[in-house]
Design a protein around this ligand. Structure first.
Ligand SMILES: [Zn+2]
Ligand SMILES: [Zn+2]
Length: 747
């Protein structure tokens, strides 16, 4: 029996130390085991990488204890971790940590219970008024609870209402408020009544897709297992039903499955659909476990444990659910595979879709990627035969795709441009909805971060001659820069196209847009939903609940409302500022705009009445808009892939983004230039290395940010280069360098 173990220490980048295994632990310690050890004189956590018969380390120390069996990574996950560490140039320890929920990393001691409060009744009007005068804090607490749709955590309640513990106690004593504790074993969704779902009939398209999938799942054809499926189904084509049928077959064969869904689509509505099919009494104890970031650590741990114990065999979750501890995996589904939130924007910077494909390969289980707007990368893989393409070309309900109207903002008066950005056609359309009691969703592109130079007279955008990306206007030093290749130039005084001097002052902040809408429709009930206003747990469900109950006429939102929501009474979707997305300095700008428009259009007219989508833009001829308008994915793909090929953007080259950030602009810029120089020295001719350039978002969180971008046809060459850079690049203490393989956020 092996008596020694090589342990990777958590907190020290890549440090591996040997320890002796105490006799009483020898039959328990295995590879992947989380252990407690001493490094110098401090306790540390680590993971066993290797078991050994011998060790010649003098004075070797003993392993002090085990973190617990729950946190052991099985061999296949260890292999996946090694692949990720290698591919994403990330420390193995950080990869392994990210594979476990926080509480199982052994870093936190037991989770605490959370006190929840909800209304048990409202005081009579007279009493309520008295409270408003005599006990404003109690009144504020009741006010807050009155608009909640379910119990909310006490600490949040007090923070938001400004109430005190004493006032809360008084209300509890008076019988208006009920307190409870969230059991640490509570599964999110416990207490909801889930009815067995009615199983809809499949249409012929769905039937043939399901048949292919069932064959792959039941078969032992290894070649099929090595080749992921890409399901391209238009919005409303019934992809979810395909997932459900396929999952049913997986469960029947005694296996388990993972379903990845982007965080913002992981709504109670989505989860309910899965639970309704698999969680009821007749479900054969299959059980659904949900993993997402809004769970408390204790809840997340409990869901994890249910999967590990086999009490739940389906894991639904966002990005990190790709690591769900399921044995005997029979299928991994990645819904909305094009979503860039699958990319983790902190170390390790992995892409959950790509990790899913790799896990499927290691586990020998089929992988199903689905989307209405597949990513360019995945669709190309399908056309090249690396993925197997399945298609659902029609809406399942037989309805026509909604009509998309493009409003040319160049033709609208100055007022529309400055005053909230509502064009006359969009105003009229909203008015019509308000009059007939139908609802409107207005889509604002994320945060008012407009850095491109756009002429509002003719729609001209300043682009880089090398990369064709829109160039970023840096106001401070009056410079236009392409941050992809480093090309810079002086910004024009007038529009090069139409000579209009207004080109320098374009771009509407989202704040102003919202104000404009409120002013234009003073009597409408308007709510806003975005990452800033929705950071609190539960507020998302609150607003959606009200919108569904038709207590809100106009919902203004960002990406969050573009996904998977189903509101039959919404007949109008307006996109206020399509240009911000269209001209963001990113080679995926066109792809993202196409995806967004398609998704947003899919939200309109899900009910009886036909939907309408209005897109406002200064660039009505843009191919992304025009192809989206005609619901033409193939046309969009052809145009986009030739653009990528011409300028050698991914997938025609692999990309590595080196970010350099620091507090001092001089030091940081200097360090970035040194990094670029170093890389140019190290790189073979086949690798393109850009000059260092300020990031489009030049300053953030008080730090200056610079980019160096590498492109190569070989990922392996880039990886080797990245490791050489890490090993040989000295940087000042207050400058930080990070590497991002296959970057998605180029800001
Ligand atoms: Zn360029
Ligand atoms: Zn112009």
């Amino acid at each position: 029996m092996p008596s020694f173990a090589r342990v990777l220490i958590d907190r020290s980048e890549g440090r591996e130390l040997d320890y002796a295994i105490p006799a009483e632990l020898r039959d328990r310690v295995c590879v992947g085991e989380r252990v407690i050890v001493k490094v110098r004189n401090r306790r540390a956590l680590g993971t066993v990488l290797e078991l050994m018969e011998h060790s010649d380390v003098p004075g070797i120390r003993l392993i002090e204890g085990l973190v617990g069996n729950e946190s052991t990574l099985p061999p296949v996950m260890m292999r996946l971790a090694r692949w990720m560490a290698d591919y994403y140039c990330a420390p193995l320890a950080s990869v392994m940590r990210s594979m476990l929920p926080p509480m199982l990393r052994g870093e936190k001691i037991a989770g605490k219970k959370i006190r929840m409060a909800e209304l048990s009744g409202m005081p009579p009007a007279q009493e309520y008024e008295r409270l408003a005068r005599k006990a404003p804090k109690q009144h504020a607490i009741l006010e807050r609870l009155r608009i909640a749709t379910s119990a909310i955590p006490v600490h949040e309640l007090l923070r938001e209402s400004g109430g005190s513990d004493a006032s809360l106690r008084a209300l509890v004593a008076a019988g208006w408020i009920r307190l409870s504790e969230v059991r640490s074993t509570a599964s999110p969704g416990d207490g909801e009544q889930v009815l067995p779902g009615r199983i809809p009939r499949l249409n012929p398209d769905q039937e043939s897709v399901v048949a292919v999938l069932l064959e792959a799942i039941g078969g032992s054809d290894d070649a099929a297992l090595q080749r992921p499926f890409l399901l391209h189904g238009v919005t409303g084509s019934g992809k979810t039903e395909v997932y459900l049928r396929t999952l049913g077959a997986v469960l029947e064969s005694g296996k388990s499955a993972i379903v990845l869904v982007p965080e913002i689509s992981l709504t109670p509505q989505t989860v309910e659909r899965f639970r309704a099919r698999f969680d009821h009494a007749g479900g054969g104890g299959a059980g659904v476990a949900v993993l997402h970031s809004h769970l408390t650590d204790a809840e997340r741990r409990e869901e994890w444990m249910r999967l590990q114990r086999g009490e739940a065999r389906i894991a639904i979750g966002a990005r990190s659910a790709v690591f769900a501890p399921l044995a005997n995996l029979g299928l991994i589904i990645v819904d909305e595979e094009h979503e860039n939130t699958y990319k983790q924007e902190e170390t390790p910077r992995y892409h959950a879709r790509d990790v899913a494909v790799m896990r499927g390969r290691l586990e020998g289980c089929p992988v199903l990627l689905g989307s209405a707007t597949p990513s360019i990368e995945s669709y190309r893989n399908a056309l090249l035969g690396k993925y197997r393409l399945l298609e659902l070309p029609k809406r399942a309900d037989g309805q026509t795709m909604p009509l998309i109207r493009v409003v040319d903002l160049r033709l609208q008066g100055k007022r529309a441009k400055s005053d909230g950005g509502l064009s006359a056609p969009l105003q009229m359309a909203i008015t019509k909805r308000l009059e007939s009691g139908q609802q409107t969703i207005l889509f604002l592109n994320r945060r008012g971060f407009a850095t491109s130079m756009l002429c509002e007279q003719c729609g001209h955008v300043c682009r880089c001659p090398n990369c064709s990306l829109s160039m970023t206007f840096h106001r401070d030093d009056n410079r236009l820069a392409c941050h992809l290749c480093g090309h810079t130039t002086t910004p024009p005084e007038r529009c090069p196209e139409c000579r209009d001097p207004g080109i320098r002052h374009s771009g509407l902040g989202t704040q102003r847009v919202e104000e404009g809408i409120r002013k234009a429709f003073p009597s409408a009930r308007i709510a806003r939903m975005d990452a800033d206003t929705m950071s609190r747990r539960g507020s998302y469900a609150d607003v959606l609940g009200k919108f569904r109950a038709r207590q809100i006429d106009i919902l203004i939102g960002t990406q969050m409302i573009a996904k998977g929501l189903d509101f039959p009474n919404v007949t109008l979707v307006g996109i206020i500022n399509a240009d911000i997305g269209l001209h963001s300095p990113d080679f995926r700008a066109g792809e993202r705009t196409f995806q967004l428009l398609t998704q947003v259009a899919g939200r309109a007219g899900r009910g009886e009445t036909e939907g309408e989508v209005i897109v406002q833009t200064f660039s009505p001829a843009s191919p992304s808009l025009q192809h989206a308008r005609h619901h033409d994915f193939a046309g969009f793909y052809e145009q986009e892939i030739s653009f990528r090929e011409t300028f050698r953007h991914p997938p025609f080259a692999r990309m590595l983004l080196v970010r350099v950030r620091g507090v001092s602009p001089e030091k940081t810029s200097h360090a970035a230039a040194a990094v670029a120089k170093k890389l140019k020295g190290l790189a073979p001719d086949s690798v393109e290395v850009s000059d260092s350039a300020p990031a489009p978002l030049e300053r953030s969180h008080g730090q200056y940010r610079f980019h160096v971008i590498l492109k190569s046809s070989s990922g392996a060459v880039l990886g080797k280069l990245a490791r050489e850079l890490l090993a040989s690049m000295p940087l000042p203490d207050d400058v930080v360098m990070t590497l991002d393989v296959d970057p998605y956020s180029l800001m």
